[in-house]
Design a protein around this ligand. Sequence first.
Ligand code: AHR
Length: 535
Amino acid sequence: MPTSRRAFLKTGAVATISALAASRLAFAADAELELSPGEPGALISPNIYGHFIEHLGGVIYDGIWVGRNSSIPNVDGIRKQFVDDMKRIGAPNLRWPGGCFADGYHWRDGIGKSSARPRTYNFWQRRMPPGTDATETNQFGIHEFMHLCRLVGAQPYVAANVGSGSPAEFHDWVSYCNAPAATVSLADERAANGDTQPFGVRYWGVGNESWGCGGTMRPGEYATQYRKFVTQFPAYTEPFLVATGPRGHSADGDIGWTTGFFEGMRGATPPDGFGLHFYTDLRPTPLKAGDFKAPEWYEVLLRGVRLEKVIEDHWNELGKFDASHRTKLVIDEWGVWYAPGSEITPTYILSETITLRDAVHTGLTFDIFNRHADKIAMANVAQTVNCIHSLFLAQGAHFVRTPVYHVFDMYRAHMGARQVPVRNPVPDMNVPCLAGQARLSGLSASASVRDKRLVVTLTNPSIGAAFSLRIRLTGGVRARESRGTILTHADMRATNTFAAPEEVKPTDHTVKVAADALELNVPKQSIVLVEASLA
Ligand code: AHR
């Protein structure tokens, strides 16, 4: 028996499956998944693979906006490499301008001649290293943001200022963005600033973290604000309005926020989306972003997969107020957030080293999203560049795709496809963690189908055990051909740096087509994409 398989069996994870497999299969698989492509479920919204950029540290300035006169290749001031790579992964949306920044942002500061725009206070000044300055130059405003969205092909998702703004300011911004040309004066002003045609912004966030930096409100107070902000909404474009939802990573999951908000909304039109924030929050721990051992590897993954229960709990709570579930979840901030210490430069606050561990966390998260595609209208990683769970790190002429970028690239195959039921009998493994020992699923999987194209994504969270896998297709479905892609590395701490940008990158992976099955090996600490065309 190969060492890897022996190690996997030692975890006690697959003994039963192994026996089952051996009895039936020529390919002596350690584990078997069962997929039902003939019974497709919910549509996996492309918006689940969405993004978030905020005026914070090095996200907007330098990360994205390098300026029109920069020697760094750019399109009208926007970093060209960023645009190209975001197009490549089919980035479906961009949330902007915050985050906490949004509730201190006044949109008029970011329009008009760039040299005449005011310099203003940035919420994140309080987190900057002593002696450094976060003054907002407003060079990147709504026109620049819309230009970026159009270049990438992404839907804009704009977070409005509830915390320090007014309904009138919000409504004027909506009219400025969406009023048809030559109608209201704000449409003329938009045209004078370079955009005659309306932006057609559909997704609006009504505040952000209103329980915290967005106003420190109680849920009932926020419900009152929400109603005031949306009742006179200028509906030039059919809106998708997102209310501030809970701090999902709170110890109690913050169900009280959801209950309190919807109680305060009785009798009013519920929002289209309810924003749930879920950070795998390691800030209160000694864990480091780039240097860790086995317990810290598993600690991050164990905390990350709690998201599944948080989604289920809040969904159930929503159902108590509306059994038809008109309001969907919008997980508009998620990611692994480490304590400070691995910033690419001190003023790029909240930037972090991104390793294979974060890539594996991303695979687990996306599988959760796919499995709950019926509940989730949108999700936005926090944040796309130079902040927390980044896909890119950028500094001046340097630019690198992190391991997380490659997971987005692999999972894009699910976008807009229909969820396929997966029976995954792989048992949990015992793993070390900060508290001693815990149980973590031995294999994460999700699957989808579109136009006879089957996509399966698999994440093996184990740092010790590889195994062979048989993916059996039910209902007489047959695969004609298949290909595999894998993201892994011998070193669990592997990362991509400006000096070694391709240390962690996807490679081809062998998948065999058998009569009613696909067969492959799943190495330790890996994310595997299987694509098959169905007969
Ligand atoms: O993503 C960083 C910050 O995290 C956001 O500004 C805020 O909404 C959240 O607390």
